[in-house]
Design a protein around this ligand. Sequence first.
Ligand code: BGC
Length: 742
Amino acid sequence: MKQPEELVRQMTLEEKASLCSGEDFWHTKAVERLGIPQIMMSDGPHGLRTQKERVDQLGINESIEAICFPTGCALASSFDPKVMACLGENLAAEAQSEGVHTVLGPAVNIKRSPLCGRNFEYLSEDPLAAGKMAASYVKAMQAKGTGVSLKHFAANNQELCRMRVDEHISGRALREIYLANFEKVVKEASPWTIMCSYNRINGTYSSENTWLLTQVLRKEWGYTGIVMTDWGAMNRRTIALKAGLDLEMPSSHGETDKQIVKAVREGKLDEAFVDQTVVRMLAYIQKCLEGMPKETSPYDKNAHSELSGKLEEECAVLLKNKNNLLPLKKGMKLAVIGEFAKKPRYQGGGSSHIHSTKVVGALEAFDAMDIPYTYAKGFPYDEDKEDEKLFEEAINAAKDADIAIIFAGLPESFESEGFDRKDMELPACQNQLIARIAAVQPNIAVVLHNGSPVTIPWLDKVSSILEMYLGGQQVGTATVNLLTGKANPSGRLSETFPVRLEDTPCYLTYPGNGRTALYGEDIFVGYRYYEKKGIAVNFPFGFGLSYTTFTLSDLVLSNEEITDKDSLTVQVKIKNTGNRLGKEVVQLYVANPKDGEELRPLKELRDFAKVELKPQEEKTVAFTLGKRAFAYWEERLHDWYVPEGTYTICIGTSSKDIALQKKIHIKATTAIPFKVADTTTCADVWNYASNSGLLDDLLRRHGKDPTDPQEKATWVDMPLHSIVSFLPVSMEEIDELIQKLH
Ligand code: BGC
């Protein structure tokens, strides 16, 4: 293919417009006259949903057989960028062997509420965690020559009316929570494509949002790839083109291509916008062609399936393990209860649904390892129905065993793309059975299969909980390896497990009425909210247990004081104090100064590292923090800003378990510009104006003493223009004061 700039000069307007929308569900259009081929895409993010025949999007079962890896909720819990990179690399190999140029994912939307139907695909409630993990996946996949589509840009945090809902979000919440995840991936990994979300943000569809797609994404973050629509997220084509939306997917059957041609011919659309998009499209097509090997070879399906299980071992989170009930001891008589042990729930419904090559449940894995057990179904797999016969069978099996391993979770009909959950409950029949088994068997380990947090009414009644999430097609093997101690759990929660739905940050406003969604909790999402409100949770963000123990020590900061332009190096030692190989996630949070003018979370995750340690081994972990680790989005500056003050570096193993802390003083080198207007308050003048004595003089002239605290309290919140209502001052005098204060 020739260079994009050269090709665009040779193209007719119709040919150029044709590159702005898809040929069908999964392909861009070719321009054969100029040797521009089609590009093929397939859904991800945790496996390939490749449809070879040009069937519609709903033909889910007609996608080719592929490997279902652990879903986003599980992957993020690995807290290990290497896990993400491994998935990215291997998915690229699968994509290439199927002729796929771009895999649609990763999906990094923030888990605003545990109810979002797509939480299982998303990574975290924390933008740094989501961004860092996704960046690693993107870099690895693209380094192998396959493109990604970072999605859904932005703020697609609910399924209810996702195609039209208008999200009302403050500027700060957007920057600090809902865009920061995307920003990290764009800046660190340069995704070839980004998929815009269906929803509107503050009144504007993402596909038409010039601020989002051009100002923020391209101008501020330096993005050079293409932006495509989510499937069907086009509204007004020419407005979208001007806003920076390049490719409409899937096909518009030529309709919107014609609109582009007509708008240019009628002088309503500058052809330069079309050219700009076409150059970007051609550059993208070129990268896809260069990345695809000349000869593709099939990938080893068995090896990839095994890898799926290995990755899941890194993801599962051991939430509770009273008296070290797990790992299972040799010779223990096991009662395995719940059909999820046979037919695991291992993936979610919707566009990420994989036609798996095979699925291995825990029973099959126990059999493969010659581990005996008795099995009882306990409750129906896909509905909430109490069945006394099944209950009794399970209770008897549990009574006769040394331990009951209960496989519980959410049936597929409870959570999926396309709708949000109504509550956080497991099916009542499962809760009931667990409580009844607890009455006869003190040793219970619950294995959970769910894509998002659930309430846990039997928390005090069971000894162990192993959260497998939706763990991919080899989840059974991973579960048994973890239960038996062949693998040591090392996943940590990338989202908080609240006690009740009513405790969640957006309980009052989620998901709204389908027309608007008010983000009233603002920047206080996830642990930022629970901590600020002092709300107890079942399991905090970052939490997870291991079969070994770790100790953190020797926290060292490179400086005691820095400016907001410097970086800070943080070092800490971590030791495995137990007798098993294990991995811990060292988490670095920065606690903000308490007395600042702006509302801030108590602390925020600013980096993390997963460390593997042999028994008694000690390693040093180092982090480097820059300005962003201390900053908030300052609307008045339209930039990140670090208020001068004392911050605390907190090192821990969850947002709640902080083992070490050290203070760092930061000197601000920038000031928020102070502009005086008639709405400026007296307090602003006293706080920021260098010649605030002028205001004191004016007050004194009218018999008021600004040095008297009580007197001063009357004036602090008074806008300058309101002084005329309380003192015999003319508007001219106030104007003169404003001039002089300037
Ligand atoms: C989903 C996307 C997906 C696309 C193509 C949309 O409905 O939101 O995540 O990539 O369909 O299947």
